[in-house]
Design a protein around this ligand. Sequence first.
Ligand SMILES: Cc1cc2nc3c(=O)[nH]c(=O)nc-3n(C[C@H](O)[C@H](O)[C@H](O)COP(=O)(O)OP(=O)(O)OC[C@H]3O[C@@H](n4cnc5c(N)ncnc54)[C@H](O)[C@@H]3O)c2cc1C
Length: 469
Amino acid sequence: MSQDQSFDVVIIGGGPGGYNAAIRAGQLGLKTAIVESRGVLGGTCLNVGCMPSKALLHASELFEAAQHEFKTIGIEVPAPTLNLVQMMKAKQDSVTALTKGIEFLMKKNKVTYFVGFGKIEGQGKVSVTAQDGSVQHLTTKNIVIATGSEPTPLPGVTVDQKQIVDSTGALSLPAVPKHLVVVGAGIIGLELGSVWRRLGAKVTVVEFLDRITPGMDTEVATGFQKILAKQGFAFKLGTKVTAAKTGTNGVTLSLEAAKGGNPETLEADVVLVAIGRRPFTQGLGLESVGITTDQRGFIPTNHFKTAAPGVWAIGDVITGPMLAHKAEEDAVAAIELIAGKAGHVDYDLVPSVVYTFPEVAWVGKTEDQLKAAGVQYKVGKFPFMANSRAKINHETDGFVKFLADARTDRVYGVHIMGPQAGEMIGEACVLMAFGGASEDLARICHPHPTRSEAVRQAAMGVEGWTMQA
Ligand SMILES: Cc1cc2nc3c(=O)[nH]c(=O)nc-3n(C[C@H](O)[C@H](O)[C@H](O)COP(=O)(O)OP(=O)(O)OC[C@H]3O[C@@H](n4cnc5c(N)ncnc54)[C@H](O)[C@@H]3O)c2cc1C
């Protein structure tokens, strides 16, 4: 059966890019449709990304605290045991509640939701093929591509979602592996590695580069790696995985030094391949409007406009940090441009967070970037060891680091490794969005006792008047 429908905007993809675009379009009075093939809204983030990983990080952190931390602070509980089935159910229940919430927001903003695979069929035309094969034809003034990304495969290593998994498989392992090998020391690998280490796995991280978390300030990354090693992570840096062989007893990985030579093998019960994500545009019909992707598969855009008139792209499918809040920023800006407003995103102010323990969060430039650019800068630092709230809570690992212009004091970057870093980075984003100086923050009253006082003390450090260390 087929039915014709016309819209101002048709959004393909129901992730943070797509659903936020739909909400903003609805708010601005545009007749809007969203097309999602997964059967539920929320995209990678809500279904197999941000949210389920944070549910497991939270639960596993409490499990580890109950095992080791409770006794120190005088809480005697019988040795806690893991009910993995219940932990996975709680995760899924939270995910379902969140995705239902997005469906509600579509209705609230008068957005028509089509369940099915969206294909561009020429300028202003989108077909939606449902699971049962039925097709609907939509016409529209604007198409917004928000089809997101998928895990990047590793040559020589085939994901079977049992012994060799990607992030999606690692969010639903049926049992705790004895030895989990994580290939890739990026954010996703370290977060999911943390989950399974806390639940009892030995975790080895194999990374091609000679450092972890590329993109993170090198000083912070070095400290972060030490903390993770203290927690039990083993690291094999500067090492590449060349092949994987599965058998009844597990997986044998073939490794080589990244610079060549030194072949060795590593045995694992489960291997998690987490080497990054790549844009997803399969079957989208880009050729029908003359759009070609770049070498890495991203859709080239100029202020979200693609090469085709009336076709826009946002989120993980275009260049920039592959993060949900970046997709959300893209979404709002693209829709505002469609509506004739002045949509804009400042990509220098997109924060990054690693939700391990401690968390690591940062915004703006790293010290490495400032050095490379020849910028004269000053540094202010403050350790959580000297922060009263962190000490009381026995959470003293980490520090805050401010980077500010040596002459004007304008803040270039803020880096926080410590408890709740992800929550605290927000004040740095606000400061930097207003073009603030370190002294602006240093002179703002912060509540006591909070970890955020460490942020203020680090800001004071730029001008050399840190008071509490
Ligand atoms: C394990 C993991 C943890 C993560 N944690 C975080 C985090 O803590 N914070 C953070 O900011 N980011 C995190 N991310 C990244 C985040 O999930 C992505 O950056 C974000 O989801 C990108 O949003 P998007 O809307 O561009 O794409 P997606 O969320 O990928 O959504 C795209 C949607 O489009 C649909 N689709 C694709 N093609 C079609 C088609 N032709 N027709 C219909 N539908 C289609 C897909 O089914 C999908 O649902 C994580 C990712 C992973 C994998």
